[in-house]
Structure formats: structure tokens, C-alpha cells
Design a protein around this ligand. Structure first.
Ligand SMILES: *Cc1c(COP(=O)(O)O)cnc(C)c1O
Length: 425
């Protein structure tokens, strides 16, 4: 595949105009949209308005002029992207906090069952939150069973309250074959909680049709809501009557402004609100979501797979890159919206790429991760990124002392089990 062919693919791309929605610097290749989406122009305008006109001029009247309804409004904008009918999605808190609320709710919806089943290589925060809940409730009421991916179904039984799954693995981009797992969980009488952080905005998701019970997802990755944008909660209608969640803040109360001393849960998903919504960042996410209004998620998926296939094909045809091992599935349908390779010197290679304005990231212990966001990633970006990587590896540029030194530091960090500073999620 030549660079000209990539240019041609971009010209034929039905989603090509969406790139203009984003503030992307000329010459920079951004392959980290699965960690932090770039700034949409309309978000810059909206945030300026919220600060100047709403907070600045309306002051406390802002709550009556739309702020109080924002969590619900943003939830309703997310709903069509994840195959959810109205009244089941609300925007609040972080994914981590929402996992805690939903796991607790799942245990409460399945009395007599204490086990949360999840996979060892799930995103760590999901496991940490489950461990925290287990520590709080005690073993008799809550236990986390962390198992390997291929034994998930075997571990579902009459003690399982909830199967907690992340459909796309954050490290490798591998997708679960969801339907059989969901079916097995339901057959065992358990609920299913999905973490859509790497799915929402990256591929079609069908929560209602797939009979999913509960889900969480991230606002700052493919949804482009900005650093620390609030997350969302989905709870299927059929659970609304009976559900309770333990972080009983006043915003989830039936009537927060009555200031009653006893808690009475608000209707449906509204009880998943805890404290006052973060209006500045939620407004940013609200504006960013308007980009999706007319977008067909199937077209997003098709372009995403074409981009990843392009990356894989180009990398495979570069002799200089023979030492990199493809970690993402070669089978397109099993692939999320990213491509990953492993190499013992992966950290140094990513540092060298970043120096050349190709932003990708590194995931311990040895993974080079390239996120593909079909709304703004172009085929020509893929060509240029692989070309840069080929040059860095072929010429041995990544072996320069500065990259090696940082690679050495990185491995020391890992040994001392310290978290790397410059990467988040
Ligand atoms: C990014 C990500 C999160 C982030 O959680 P926060 O609490 O919002 O920081 C959680 N789970 C998965 C799978 C992720 O990829």
C-alpha cells in the first residue's frame, strides 16, 4: 500500500468531514484518542459560554436555566450511541465510582449471591473497586473472583451475583465474544455489568437488544468530553423499580430541595447521582456529543477496522518492523479500535515516536498502543505513523541514550511497582 493510496482512501471516506470538528495541530499525528479525545471546536465555544454567560452572569440562576437537568440530558445523548432506549442512562462521576455503585446495586438485586466474576486482565480500576467493596462488605456478602478470560463462563454459578466485563481489552484491543458470555451469566441467574470505556463512540453497542443489565462508560476517550469528563451509568429499565445504590447523595434523592433528613431514592437512573454535577466538564461533554447526531456507528466501525487493517498490513510489509509482535487480534471482528504490538524496547520506541509528533502510548510491560478514532484519524496518518516507526526502528534511533535512559527508568519504575507518571488510562 502506497501513501497515495492512503490519500485516496481518505478522499473516498464518508466520515472525512468530521475531522474539521476537531482542533488538531498540523503535522501532529494523534493516535491516543482512546486515552483522551482531542478538543472539538464546539466545546471551546460552549465552555467559554458556560463560564462567561452562565456562571459569570446567571450565577445561581444557572441551576434553573438548565444545569440541574444536564446529567439526564447528557445521558440521553449518549443513549443512542450504546443502543439504549430513553430513561436508562445518566451522566455522573467517574467510571470507577460508577462501577462501585453498580456492583453494590447488583449484589442488592441478587440477594443470597455474593460473587462478582471478572477477568484478571480487566482494567485495574474495575477490579480495585470490586476489591474495595468486598473489603467493606466482608466475604460473606461480597467476593471478587478474578479468572482468566477463557474460564469466565465456567466460573458462573448460583453464587454469582454479577459478571463484570470490559468488552474491549484496554491493553490488546481484543474484543470478547459477548453473546455466549451474557447468555451463560443469565442462565446462571447472574446480572451482567459492562464497562464500555473502549467501546462507546468506537463501535456499535446494543445494550437493550443484548439484554445487558448495567453498564458504565467513559466521557473523555472516544466521546471527546475533555480531561476528566464525567462518566455514565446505564441501568436497564426492568431493574429500576427494585434497585438501590449505596452512595445516597442528595442529588439522587427524590426531592433534593426539600432537605428532608431521610433518604428517598429518586426515580429510575436518577438515583445514581450522588453529589452536585460538575457543570463545567459536563457541559464540555454535552457539546462534544452533538457531533454524533447524524453518525452511523456501523460506518464508524467499518472505518475503524479499515484503519487497523491498514496499520497491520503496512507494519507487516516493513522488514525493519519484523521484531515487533502484533498483540491485537489479526481477525478484524475480534479487534477494538486500536492496534498494539509488543517489543521489549517498546517504551523507548514510543518515546522516539512522540519526539516526532506521533502521539501513541505505551502500556506496561512491553506494549506499543495505537488508538484509532474514525472521526478524525486518516489513512494517511497511519501511513506516516508506520513510516516514522519504521525509520525509528530501522535506523536504531530509539537506541539513543535519551530514549534508553527513559526506558531504563521505566523498567526501574515497574520493578518498584510505581505507576508511570505520563500516561493515564
Ligand atoms: C479509561 C477506563 C476507565 C477510567 O475510569 P475513571 O474512573 O473514569 O478514571 C475505567 N475502565 C476502563 C476499562 C477504562 O478504559
Amino acid at each position: 500500500m502506497t501513501r497515495d493510496q492512503c490519500v485516496q482512501l481518505d478522499e473516498q471516506d464518508a466520515l472525512r468531514t468530521y475531522r474539521e470538528e476537531f482542533d488538531l495541530q498540523q503535522g501532529l499525528i494523534y493516535l491516543d484518542g482512546n486515552s483522551l479525545g482531542p478538543l472539538p471546536h464546539r466545546v471551546r465555544k460552549r465552555v467559554a459560554d458556560v463560564v462567561e454567560a452562565q456562571w459569570g452572569k446567571s450565577l445561581i440562576r444557572g441551576w434553573n436555566e438548565g444545569w440541574i437537568d444536564l446529567p439526564r440530558q447528557v445521558g440521553e445523548k449518549i443513549a443512542p450511541l450504546i443502543g439504549a432506549g430513553p430513561g436508562q442512562v445518566i451522566c455522573c462521576d467517574s467510571v470507577s465510582v460508577n462501577v462501585f455503585k453498580l456492583l453494590a446495586a447488583a449484589l442488592q438485586l441478587r440477594p443470597g449471591r455474593s460473587v462478582i466474576v471478572s477477568e484478571q486482565n480487566n482494567f485495574p480500576t474495575d477490579l480495585y473497586m470490586a476489591q474495595g467493596l468486598a473489603g467493606l462488605l466482608g466475604e460473606g456478602r461480597c467476593q471478587l473472583r478474578e479468572v482468566t478470560t477463557d474460564t469466565l463462563a465456567d466460573n458462573l454459578d448460583e453464587s454469582t451475583a454479577v459478571l463484570m466485563l470490559t468488552p474491549v481489552n484496554f491493553r490488546t484491543g481484543e474484543c470478547h465474544d459477548m453473546a455466549p458470555l451474557v447468555q451463560a451469566a443469565h442462565k446462571a441467574g447472574a446480572l451482567v455489568l459492562l464497562d464500555l470505556s473502549h467501546s462507546a463512540g468506537a463501535m456499535p453497542v446494543v445494550l437493550d437488544a443484548a439484554n445487558i443489565d448495567m453498564a458504565v462508560g467513559c466521557g473523555y476517550k472516544y466521546l471527546n468530553g475533555g480531561p476528566g469528563a464525567p462518566a455514565f451509568v446505564y441501568l436497564a429499565q426492568r431493574h429500576h423499580e427494585r434497585v438501590r445504590q449505596p452512595l445516597q447523595g442528595w442529588m439522587g434523592h427524590q426531592s433534593p430541595f426539600e432537605f428532608e433528613t431521610g433518604y428517598a431514592a429518586g426515580p429510575g437512573v436518577s438515583q445514581f447521582l450522588a453529589g452536585t454535577p460538575a457543570i463545567l466538564s459536563m457541559s464540555a461533554l454535552d457539546a462534544a456529543l452533538d457531533i454524533w447526531q447524524d453518525i452511523d456507528m456501523q460506518a464508524v466501525r467499518e472505518k475503524s477496522l479499515a484503519l487497523s487493517q491498514c496499520f497491520i498490513t503496512l507494519a507487516a510489509s516493513a522488514p525493519a518492523l519484523a521484531s515487533l509482535t502484533l498483540v491485537s487480534p489479526a481477525e478484524p471482528s475480534a479487534r477494538g479500535s486500536q492496534v498494539c504490538f509488543s517489543h521489549p524496547m517498546g517504551y523507548a520506541m514510543v518515546q522516539a515516536l512522540i519526539r516526532r509528533e506521533v502521539l501513541a502510548d505505551f502500556r506496561a510491560p512491553n506494549i506499543l498502543r495505537f488508538g484509532l478514532a474514525p472521526l478524525y484519524t486518516r489513512f494517511v496518518d497511519i501511513w506516516d505513523a508506520v513510516d516514522a516507526l519504521r525509520d525509528i526502528v530501522g535506523s536504531g534511533e530509539y537506541l539513543k541514550p535519551t530514549y534508553l535512559q527513559s526506558a531504563h527508568l521505566q523498567s526501574q519504575h515497574q520493578q518498584s511497582k510505581h505507576q508511570q507518571r505520563n500516561t493515564v488510562t
